[in-house]
Design a protein around this ligand. Sequence first.
Ligand SMILES: Cc1cc2nc3c(=O)[nH]c(=O)nc-3n(C[C@H](O)[C@H](O)[C@H](O)COP(=O)(O)OP(=O)(O)OC[C@H]3O[C@@H](n4cnc5c(N)ncnc54)[C@H](O)[C@@H]3O)c2cc1C
Length: 435
Amino acid sequence: MKIGILGGGLSGLALAANLKRGNFEILEAEGECGGLCRSMREEGYTFDYGGAHIIFSRDKQALSYMLSLLGDNLEARRRNTKVFYKGRLVKYPFENGLSGLPVAENLECLSGYALALAAGKGNPKNLEEWLRARFGKGIAEKYLIPYNEKIWNLPAEKLGTSWAGGRIPQPPFLDVLKASLGLGSEGYKHQLNFYYPKELGIQSLTLALENKVRSKITRNFRVRKIRKEGKKWLVSDGKREKEFDQIASTIPIHYLAAAMEGVPKGVRASISNLKFNSVATVMLGINSPKLNGISWMYFPGNEPFNRTAFPGNFSSQAAPEGKSSAAAEITYREGDKVSRMSDERLKEETIAALHDDKIINKSFIGYSAVRRSKYAYVLQDLGYDGNAAAARNYMTESGIHLCGRFSEFRYLNMDACISSALKKADELNRFGVRT
Ligand SMILES: Cc1cc2nc3c(=O)[nH]c(=O)nc-3n(C[C@H](O)[C@H](O)[C@H](O)COP(=O)(O)OP(=O)(O)OC[C@H]3O[C@@H](n4cnc5c(N)ncnc54)[C@H](O)[C@@H]3O)c2cc1C
């Protein structure tokens, strides 16, 4: 049985590396594998150009798998993350940093949280109602609503809620009370301690996987046509055709559907209604030995970026000696203002905002670069659950195995991609035994 794996990002590589028999081939569109988990090294700086990545998980199996891939190439860090709120650095998560607010706003957030808890969760129909019901007016209006509207590029009333519980945990009241009184409390605890590769950035993970399956990768093979002939799948890039018994797809579901023959109109409509955000990463090298001790910062305000990370603080080797680094992330969608803006302009606006916020003095910037990633975030709008289910059901019924962030079209982090790949490999390994 020969398995075709479409896409050589983290999911495709992890799936391949866990197949027991060697009869498989990875077809990757680009000249390099890694997808979003790629890093660039220039002038002594290392940046993850699909956005800053860190390694963390509450899934022990996935976490230990990722750490085992890195061996000694690993640094451990404790999160020191802030929300930039009206010129103040408020500890993240915002609800665990209330004492960093002016006293009246602190009280507003605390009382709003207590009232929300007393009122119960209700039956929120969209993210805005969900955030208000769980966190109260103060925390929702000051941070959670503006931040989510910025990263998702959509009003919170148009966003769905099925993803939110796992991503925006509601802390116990005592933690919020302690935070308000300045007694210290931590939230989103499974991310409090994180790991990062000492060298080569997050791409070290995908490179370690690539090393296990190197001879089975065909690069520069953009899947454009998929058809079934008898029991065989035929996959083509327009020039070459490959034959497989099973197909596992890790490429965006839009590309998969476009390559397939005979997808019903209704399913095509559901798939084209599945939306996603792109990300531009503005990477900056800074001529200052210790810019700050911050891991990353969230910006709910008017800055063009929603988040800025400081990779020089993730690993001692991410920036040259005596220098530091920053990477600002700007989400956008095809057709909007940012998608039409030149990289140069994006860079200028980012640097100006960081300078005005007194986070980086622009005269210290000695290196800059911009990279864009088209598929960055799965957008969970109000139609998402139904559209995604229709898309996945059709592909699964057609006999295609889906695995990965944009193939399953779920908001999966690296750990969830690993877990999905391990499960899929297990399924295919058993499949192979039966046939
Ligand atoms: C800004 C940002 C920050 C993140 N930070 C973190 C973090 O800190 N921690 C964490 O755990 N996760 C993080 N993630 C999530 C993480 O990047 C993803 O979970 C993971 O990289 C997804 O891997 P994948 O293989 O499923 O998809 P992708 O990385 O998208 O890989 C898909 C692959 O398919 C290829 N492909 C596409 N079309 C075709 C085609 N037609 N034919 C052949 N090949 C094709 C692509 O070139 C690519 O190599 C972050 C994501 C973003 C956007």
